[in-house]
Design a protein around this ligand. Sequence first.
Ligand SMILES: [Zn+2]
Length: 175
Amino acid sequence: MALLPVVKYGDPILRKKTAPVENIPGVLDLLDDMFETMYEEGGMGLAANQVGLDMHFAVIDITHEEEDEAPRVFINMKVLESNGTSDMEEGCLSIPDIRATVTRPEMILLRYQDEAGEVREDQFEGLLSRVIQHEVDHLNGIFFTDHLTPAKRSMIIKRLAEIAEMGAPTTGIVL
Ligand SMILES: [Zn+2]
C-alpha cells in the first residue's frame, strides 16, 4: 500500500468531469491506496480525481461518526432524485483550512455501481447523503465553495487564490 498525493484547488483535474469507469477490476487495485490516503489525511470521503485519477469513483467511510455504517465504494454515480434541504459545515482535503456551511438536498436517490459492478439504486440521507453529494460534485468538477453565496465566497476568495498558487499543507478534516 502507498499514500497518494492529494491534489489541491487550482489543479485542472479537479475542474474536469471525470471519465466513467468501464474496467472495475482496475478500480479495485486502487482501493487500498485510496482508503489509506483518506484515513491518513483524516477525510470521510475521497474522489479519484483528488489523487489525480480521471476516473468516476470515490471511497467513503463515515464509520467514526456512524458506527453502523461500513466503508463504501461508489462507482459511476448519478443522483436521480433529491428531496428537502439541509445545512452542514463542510471542508475539503483539496481546499486546506477552509470550512463553510453548505446547503444541499437532505435526501438523494443515487444510481451507482458497487465493487462487484452491480448497478444499484439506493436512497441516502443524513451524513452519508452529504458526503456522497460532495464526492459526486468532485467527480463532476465542482467544489463545495461553488455552492456558497457570492458574499460568502468573497470572504474566502483570497485564500482560494493562495492555495491555487502554491498549494498548502492539509490540516483538519475532511472529504
Ligand atoms: Zn472535497
